[in-house]
Design a binder for this molecule. Structure first.
Ligand SMILES: NC(=O)c1ccc[n+]([C@@H]2O[C@H](COP(=O)([O-])OP(=O)(O)OC[C@H]3O[C@@H](n4cnc5c(N)ncnc54)[C@H](O)[C@@H]3O)[C@@H](O)[C@H]2O)c1
Length: 266
């Protein structure tokens, strides 16, 4: 194993939204690095199945991150069973979004899951970070944080706010030895893509090709690698940063692959 990941062995992590495809990728990567992982999700079936499959060093607790009592209980169980808490991955999300038609209740529900709950989980974890002398947080944001997407208002706004929240968290917790970063995936092979295409990965890659430089969607494991790095001592001088893991989506401009200048001469 590359030096830098060794320090993670025996540490303890909480991954919210860990039951889904991308979440499970992150849980697996941490577990493989020797981290004891608490999967915190409302999807009890998938969450428990993942913890059972991984066995020793993985636990699931049904946790609604919008419920403070649930959050407290989950963090307490992780700390007790896994010897503290050293890493937090705020990955759970809601795709509830009807653009301009969204009623107030949907706005509040969306931001509650996608933004506010990340703060509440961190607040619950903070005493354990303090006890351990520090920690690392990885917040999930998205390519959606920096561009307009048709019919989507709630989700991109929450993700954009998460980029700023990451900086605020990093600023105020740096003195406690806590690093806070975010990861911004591009289109990633995930539950929603699996469902919409009936499991057709090749079709998903074809649709994504025109707006990802690498001409495909990412794999959950590829996103998980960035999360692992950001948690690890290899990222010891990295905080307040947003890491793109988007196959070049955010590097591509509106001209896309079409050479624009020749069009002036045609
Ligand atoms: N899928 C993509 O292509 C993509 C792209 C960019 C960013 N992301 C980000 O990656 C992360 C995972 O995305 P995904 O597509 O796998 O999402 P998903 O909807 O498949 O998974 C989200 C998980 O969060 C859980 N969850 C929802 N509400 C919860 C709550 N109140 N309490 C606890 N758990 C709750 C769900 O049960 C689910 O397991 C998200 O943060 C998303 O914004 C995904």
């Amino acid at each position: 194993m590359v030096q830098g990941f060794e320090g993670m062995r025996g540490k303890s992590a909480i991954v919210t939204g860990g039951a889904t495809l991308i979440g499970a990728g992150v849980v697996r990567a941490l577990h493989q690095a020797g981290v004891k992982v608490m999967v915190a999700d409302i999807n009890a079936e998938a969450g428990q199945a993942l913890a059972d499959a991984l066995g020793e060093g993985a636990r699931f607790r049904r946790t609604d991150i919008t419920d403070d009592a649930d959050v407290e209980a989950c963090v307490a169980e992780a700390a007790e069973r896994h010897g503290g808490v050293h890493y937090l991955v705020n990955l759970a999300c809601s795709y509830l979004d009807d653009g301009i038609a969204s009623p107030r209740a949907d706005w509040l529900a969306s931001l509650n899951v996608n933004l506010v709950s990340a703060v509440m989980v961190l607040k619950a974890v903070r005493p354990h970070f303090q006890r351990a002398g520090g920690g690392a947080v990885v917040n999930f944001t998205s390519i959606s944080s920096g561009v307009a997407q048709t019919g989507r208002w709630l989700y991109p706004v929450g993700k954009a706010a998460m980029v700023q929240l990451t900086r605020s968290m990093a600023m105020d917790l740096a003195g406690e030895g806590v690093r806070v970063n975010s990861v911004s995936p591009g289109w990633t092979w995930s539950a929603i893509m699996d469902q919409l295409t009936g499991g057709d990965r090749a079709k998903t890659d074809r649709v994504a090709a025109p707006f990802h430089l690498l001409r495909r969607v990412g794999d959950p494991a590829e996103v998980a690698n960035v999360v692992l790095f950001l948690c690890s001592d290899l990222a010891s001088f990295v905080t307040g940063a947003d890491y793109a893991c988007d196959g070049g989506y955010s590097a591509m401009g509106p001209e896309s692959y079409t050479p624009a200048i020749p069009q002036l001469m045609s």
